[in-house]
Design a protein around this ligand. Structure first.
Ligand code: NAD
Length: 348
């Protein structure tokens, strides 16, 4: 028998609702972790979950993650997440996303959402036909969040380089980028402009070739990239890349990239401390997209305000690095502690 309160991912969530619309084929769960800092925001995932328990676990875990991310990004938003149980390849329809939009409306503005894995701009366009709380539609000003994420990654790399290496510029610094897709390529472009030397790897040969031609990057294989002799290793492809197998092989001072869930397990954060590698916690350094998109929720999109917040990612990281050193703990642990403190203080 499944229970929400007993789920390992339950963390005093404010509200967890189950929605069913058999005509539209909707079965969804929306979890709100906290609205202490503002309306809860978090994307809508669609996935053919093997069990209802898995879907609940994901909604609880991801909504808490959104609370923490917004708290440290300094945006006045809480954390929420929705999951639609279904196969995004075969079960999408206008009716389904309209039913989803009506589900979002039941929170009367306490929950805002947008696309996430398994959903796309078209789906948000459908949902926004019935709901004012849908973002990332084809008509919204903020548009694709990836360039903002790239800007935030570089701001984070600069803060880490300043903290760990005592350097104020990136001139001649070597950055190894694993995955030069939307975010990795954008970061490569900015890093190149700032004088960094790049080593890149991707399964997409064309993306690698573009970096070689435009940014003078050195290309290595996807197996070699984590061994690269570089000051910074930037994982921008996939999660769980920091694990028992890869840990002894890193040849860098800093790990700072956009991939979600970079640590296979929390204990790998402490293992990085042991190895003397400074880790920029993923959800702090990759918050640029959230900062950009959520800005549209505050009296309309203001690119200057959003850009200022993107650059503040570096300040948030520096505060985390300092406290992690003072307390001798992993930066991942300290990020969670600091996020919880911000949310708790806002509740008082
Ligand atoms: P993307 O799909 O555009 O880019 C990922 C790149 O990684 C692709 O070019 C892909 O070919 C490459 N890749 C796949 N397997 C690889 C391997 N084994 N070795 C090297 N490269 C490999 O995705 P993206 O939007 O650039 O996002 C990158 C990461 O950042 C993802 O983990 C994503 O969840 C995370 N992220 C993205 C954003 C955003 O705004 N797009 C925001 C926060 C977090």
């Amino acid at each position: 028998m499944m229970s929400v309160f007993d789920s390992p991912a339950f963390d005093n969530h404010e509200d967890v609702r189950f929605f069913c619309d058999p005509v539209a084929g909707l079965r969804a769960i929306i979890a709100i972790h906290s609205t202490a800092l503002g309306p809860a925001a978090g994307g809508c995932r669609m996935f053919p979950y093997a069990s209802e328990e898995d879907a609940v676990f994901d909604a609880l875990r991801l909504s808490r993650g959104m609370s923490f991310k917004s708290a440290l990004a300094g945006v006045p938003m809480g954390g929420g997440k929705s999951v639609i149980i279904g196969d995004p390849a075969t079960e999408k329809s206008q009716k389904l996303f309209e039913a989803f939009g009506r589900a979002v409306n039941t929170f009367d503005g306490r929950y805002h959402t947008g696309e996430d894995s398994g959903t796309a701009v078209q789906d948000m366009d459908w949902a926004s036909g019935v709901s004012d709380y849908i973002h990332g539609t084809s008509t919204e000003d903020a548009g694709d969040p990836s360039p903002a994420t790239s800007v935030g990654i570089v701001a984070g790399i600069e803060a880490a380089v300043r903290y760990k290496l005592g350097r104020d510029d990136l001139e001649g610094l070597v950055v190894a980028i694993q995955g030069v897709g939307a975010v990795g390529y954008g970061a490569a472009e900015i890093l190149h402009q700032k004088g960094a030397r790049l080593i890149v790897a991707d399964v997409n040969d064309q993306a690698v070739q573009d970096c070689v031609e435009k940014f003078g990057a050195e290309a290595v294989t996807t197996d070699e990239i984590i061994l690269a002799d570089a000051e910074v290793f930037a994982p921008c492809a996939f999660g769980a890349g920091i694990n028992d197998e890869t840990l002894p092989r890193f040849n860098c001072d800093i790990i700072a990239g956009s991939a979600n869930n970079q640590l296979l397990e929390d204990r790998h954060g402490a293992a990085l401390v042991e190895r003397g590698i400074l880790y920029a916690p993923d959800y702090v350094i990759n918050a640029g997209g959230v900062i950009w998109i959520s800005d549209a929720m505050e009296n309309g999109f203001d690119p200057d305000r959003a850009t200022k917040r993107l650059h503040a990612i570096g300040d948030a990281l520096t505060a985390i690095f300092q406290r992690a050193d003072q307390e001798g703990r992993g930066t991942n642990e300290i990020a969670d502690v600091m996020a919880e403190e911000i949310i708790t203080a806002a509740k008082k």
